[in-house]
Design a protein around this ligand. Structure first.
Ligand SMILES: [Mg+2]
Ligand SMILES: [Zn+2]
Length: 233
C-alpha cells in the first residue's frame, strides 16, 4: 500500500496521542464513481464533499482516504496518476478549507498484468490492511473510528478492523443497499457523505466535538480510551 503523507507532530511526552479517524472510500463516496479513473478530468466532487470533510476536520477527527486502485496492477494507468489525483483532491479541498490527513491506496490485483503488483496482498479491500497501516502511522484509535463507503467491501473492511461502518447511497451504494449481504451490515446507511458526517458527529462526545485539548480519558466511553492532545498531525 502506498502512502503519500507522513505522520508528523507526534507527542514527545510519555503518553501517546490517540485519535479517532474517519476512513473514507474515494470513488463513489468523495468523488463520483466513473469506473476506472484514468484521467484527471474525470475527477468530479459531489457538491457536499468539501463541506462534509471540513465538518469532520473541525470535529477533531483525522480524515484518511483508503482506496483500491487495481487499475494500476491491470495496466490501465500508473501510480503517478493516482498520486496526481490525490494532489488534485488536496487542492480542491484546500480551496474550501478542508483537508485529508493521509491517502492510502492498494495498487495490487491477483490477476494484474504488471508483474510486481500481481499479488494477493493484505491491503486490498475488504481486507483491513490499509486501516492497520494508517493506525500505526497516525496513532489512530480504530474501535473509536468510522469507515464510510459505497460498497459492501468498504463495510466489510470496517468490520474486519473493528470500526463502525457506514454505507452511503452515492456511487454503487443504492444498488448495494438493494442487494444486502448475508454477513455484513452497516451501522448506518446515509444518503451521502454529508449525511454520514452528521451521523458521526452525533456519535461523538461533546468534549471531542469541541476539539478541546484533553489529556484524560473519555468518561462517557465504555472502554475509557484516552484521546488526543488536540494537536494537528
Ligand atoms: Mg467506492
Ligand atoms: Zn494491496
Amino acid at each position: 500500500m502506498r502512502r503519500r503523507r507522513a505522520a508528523a507532530g507526534r507527542p514527545t511526552a510519555g503518553w501517546r496521542s490517540v485519535k479517532r479517524a474517519v476512513f473514507l472510500d474515494r470513488d463513489g463516496t468523495v468523488i463520483e464513481e466513473v469506473g476506472y479513473l484514468n484521467r484527471l478530468d474525470r475527477v468530479v466532487f459531489f457538491p457536499w464533499s468539501v463541506d462534509a470533510i471540513r465538518v469532520l476536520n473541525d470535529a477533531g477527527l483525522l480524515v484518511v482516504i483508503v482506496t483500491n486502485q487495481a487499475g494500476v496492477a491491470r495496466g490501465y494507468f500508473d501510480e503517478s496518476l493516482v498520486r496526481e489525483t490525490h494532489a488534485l483532491i488536496d487542492r480542491r479541498l484546500a480551496a474550501g478549507r478542508a483537508r485529508v490527513d493521509a491517502f492510502y491506496y492498494c495498487p495490487h490485483h491477483p490477476q494484474g498484468v504488471v508483474e510486481a503488483l500481481r499479488q494477493t496482498c493484505e491491503c486490498r479491500k475488504p481486507k483491513p490492511g490499509m486501516i492497520h497501516r494508517a493506525a500505526q502511522d497516525l496513532d489512530i484509535d480504530v474501535p473509536g473510528s468510522f469507515v464510510v463507503g459505497d460498497r459492501w467491501l468498504d463495510i466489510e473492511m470496517g468490520r474486519a478492523a473493528g470500526a463502525q461502518a457506514l454505507l452511503v447511497r452515492t456511487g454503487y451504494g443504492q444498488n448495494e443497499e438493494r442487494r444486502p449481504e448475508d454477513l455484513v451490515s452497516a451501522d448506518y446507511v446515509a444518503d451521502n457523505l454529508m449525511d454520514a458526517a452528521s451521523w458521526i458527529l452525533r456519535r461523538l462526545t461533546p468534549r471531542l466535538r469541541s476539539g478541546c485539548p484533553e489529556r484524560g480519558r473519555e468518561a462517557t466511553e465504555p472502554k475509557g480510551r484516552a484521546h488526543g492532545s488536540g494537536r494537528r498531525q
